[in-house]
Design a protein around this ligand. Structure first.
Ligand code: ADP
Length: 187
């Protein structure tokens, strides 16, 4: 059987999971897309996983109760492990609102393969951006348990990197990410 390191050598990269956490509208999708393009241009192969894609497909039987949120993250972490075992860098965009949930992901993936980036933007800014109109819907009571409104987002305490997306441009944010990530994925 081919080993992970043989596949990493084939792809000329070390595989890790980059886990983006933050409120809805904090910039997870934007950073994931720009980061995968920037990495691709430098010769690195990535796979992005995000909330909507996973919840519409693999996890379409799960809701937002604590039990379902945990199962959602458990499955995502297991899928991420499959990618890194194939040598592919996995970029995950999930709100992952509690320390418990982030620790579960880290535990399944393994600490040395888990790089957490906290996209730190104030709720007011995310709500103003309201990219998908979800904050408006949550304020109108149409979405229960929406993170930041009806349910809490616990600020991460142990992130590997914090990006203040309300203060930095997208370009500067990507530059900060690349500075930290490139040394980790260079073979
Ligand atoms: P999320 O995936 O976390 O819900 P999105 O990426 O969909 O967030 O939305 C973030 C919004 O904020 C986008 O409209 C993006 O253009 C804007 N934005 C402004 N500055 C930044 C930054 N530094 N990083 C990421 N997004 C930013």
């Amino acid at each position: 059987m081919l080993s992970r390191s043989q596949k990493e050598m084939f792809l000329n990269q070390k595989s890790i999971v980059i886990w983006l956490t933050g409120l809805s509208g904090s910039g997870k999708t934007t950073i994931s897309e720009n980061l995968s393009t920037a990495l691709f241009e430098k010769g690195f192969l990535t796979q992005s996983l995000d909330g909507d894609q996973i919840r519409n497909g693999l996890n379409n039987n799960l809701g937002f109760s604590e039990e379902d949120r945990t199962e959602n993250i458990r499955r995502i972490a297991e899928i991420s492990k499959l990618f890194i075992n194939s040598g592919i860098i996995c970029i995950n965009s999930f709100i992952s609102p509690t320390e418990k949930i982030r620790m579960l992901a880290k535990e399944i993936i393994g600490e040395k393969d888990y790089f957490e980036i906290y996209l730190d933007a104030p709720l007011e800014v995310c709500e103003k951006r309201d990219v998908k109109g979800l904050y408006k819907a949550a304020r109108e009571g149409k979405i229960k348990n929406f993170t930041g409104i009806g349910s809490e987002y616990e600020k991460p305490l142990k992130s590997n990197l914090i990006i203040k997306t309300a203060e930095l441009s997208i370009e500067k944010s990507i530059e900060k990410c690349l500075n930290q990530i490139i040394p980790l994925i260079n073979l």
